[in-house]
Design a protein around this ligand. Structure first.
Ligand SMILES: C[S@@+](CC[C@H](N)C(=O)[O-])C[C@H]1O[C@@H](n2cnc3c(N)ncnc32)[C@H](O)[C@@H]1O
Length: 432
């Protein structure tokens, strides 16, 4: 970005301090390597599941060689930049150096409007998202958990990196019950899962099974279960406004005002004979057009963009079930939520990558899904050895850093599901 560009009337770009330097970060090669740790691994030689301890920027570069174009789903749950700290850091405020009073005032002003806080977060996330794209398969998808703190910025940089045309949409996840206390009587009780495809023309969700409760067979129709279909349509031509005559009573039926029959005149005879159209023997009763279950083009309908019925508290409960002395990680994502996302996009043998692993909920969800469906999906999880605070709950339980919580949880999940897992292991690597 230069002055000339800024003065040009056609400019449409999202810029922030130091953005242009990020391409150096993206392009710079890594001098580090992945060092295997057999002791921290489980069934190292047989497993294709991977856990990497270290900074994800290095890990994403190191993965390029073996995993470019191989990842079906990247799910990430980065720090939201809420300004609070959980087990991990969630504020990206810069530490200002004290210069002249004028300068520090200017800095202060910047900070109160959140500029430097957003800048730091954007500088952290941008190169990581950029490096994600090449790892995705052609029919791959990235899903990003986020809340209002950075949603608007995330959307713009994803448009830039993945292409606006590849924006799938957002899931709105209702993650908590609406609180009773709010100063302005408005409470946000949802967060987002922003989704981009590598190539929108190549992806397909599984959808959800249609509700077949309405399909029954009270008249023992040899064609099987059916439900009453709407015989009229909102659009059509004049030739679809014909009279249908009841063969028993002679009553004539016309489509409702402004509508058309949903089928051609020749169908009336054919379907009366086959039993798809059923006429009443009494006057002033409507005919029935049957929709057979067997004729449905798909048993699945699109999945709604609203996810409800799974709360954050469910994730905490799951951790408490694994750790009887108390959960060593606050607000992990519930595996039910992750399974819902993973099952929509991935198939057997697909690889799922999570490079902000936290307590490894994604690895846990992949194993639970494998256990429940007999699939053999693989995970790659990356987590830094971010220190836990002294005297905090995880610290007191012996977890001196977050990666040790993640690998411990992975091992517990392997144990939990091992009788039905094809891959009962994980390879532990450390970035050296
Ligand atoms: C919101 S938490 C993820 C929680 C996770 N989804 C769960 O359910 O447990 C974000 C995690 O990313 C980790 N993280 C932050 N920056 C990182 C980096 N540069 N490389 C690897 N992990 C990082 C933090 O330590 C934190 O554990």
């Amino acid at each position: 970005m230069n002055k000339e560009n800024i003065n040009s009337k056609n400019i449409f770009e999202f810029i922030w301090p130091e953005k242009e330097n990020l391409f150096d970060t993206i392009k710079s090669s890594v001098s580090s390597y992945l060092k295997a740790d057999l002791k921290k691994s489980v069934n190292f030689n047989k497993s294709e599941n991977i856990f990497i301890q270290g900074d994800n920027i290095d890990a994403l570069k190191l993965l390029q060689e073996d995993y470019s174009g191989k990842i079906k789903l990247i799910y990430i749950d980065p720090p939201y930049n809420t300004g609070k700290d959980f087990v991990y850091t969630d504020k990206f405020k810069s530490k200002h150096k004290q210069t002249s009073q004028k300068d520090s005032l200017a800095e202060l002003k910047k900070d109160s409007s959140g500029i430097s806080q957003h800048t730091n977060w954007l500088n952290m996330i941008y190169p990581r998202l950029y490096l994600s794209r090449s790892l995705l398969k052609d029919d791959g998808v990235i899903m990003i958990s986020i809340d209002n703190s950075e949603k608007s910025h995330l959307q713009i940089i994803c448009n830039e990196i993945f292409g606006e045309e590849n924006y799938i949409g957002d899931f709105i996840w209702i993650n908590r019950t609406t609180p009773n206390d709010s100063k302005i009587k408005f409470a946000t009780d949802h967060e987002y899962i922003v989704m981009f495809a590598k190539n929108i023309d190549k992806i397909m969700f599984k959808g959800v099974e249609k509700d077949f409760k309405a399909y029954k067979n009270p008249d023992n129709d040899p064609n099987g279960d059916w439900c009453a279909d709407n015989p009229s349509a909102a659009s059509g031509t004049e030739s679809y406004r014909f009279a249908i005559v009841n063969p028993y009573t002679g009553q004539k039926y016309f489509p409702p005002k402004g509508r058309y029959w949903a089928f051609a005149p020749r169908r009336v005879k054919e379907w009366t004979k086959s039993g798809k159209l059923v006429f009443p023997k009494e006057k002033n009763k409507n005919f029935i057009l049957k929709k057979y279950k067997k004729d449905l083009r798909s048993r699945y309908k699109p999945i709604s963009s609203i996810i409800s019925g799974i709360l954050t508290s469910q994730g905490t409960k799951e951790m408490k079930a694994l750790y009887k002395n108390g959960s060593p990680f606050k607000y992990p994502k519930p595996t039910a939520l992750l399974i819902k996302l993973i099952a929509q996009i991935t198939d057997n043998n697909d690889i799922i990558l999570d490079y902000f692993a936290g307590s490894a909920s994604t690895a846990h969800a992949v194993m639970r899904l494998n256990y429940e469906t007999g699939s053999d999906r693989k995970f790659i999880c990356i987590q830094t050895a971010e220190k836990t605070k002294k005297a905090s709950e995880p610290y007191n339980q012996g977890f001196k850093d977050i990666s040790s919580i993640a690998i411990d949880r992975i091992k517990r999940a392997i144990k939990l599901y091992e009788d039905k897992l094809i891959d009962q292991g994980v390879r532990f690597y450390k970035i050296e």
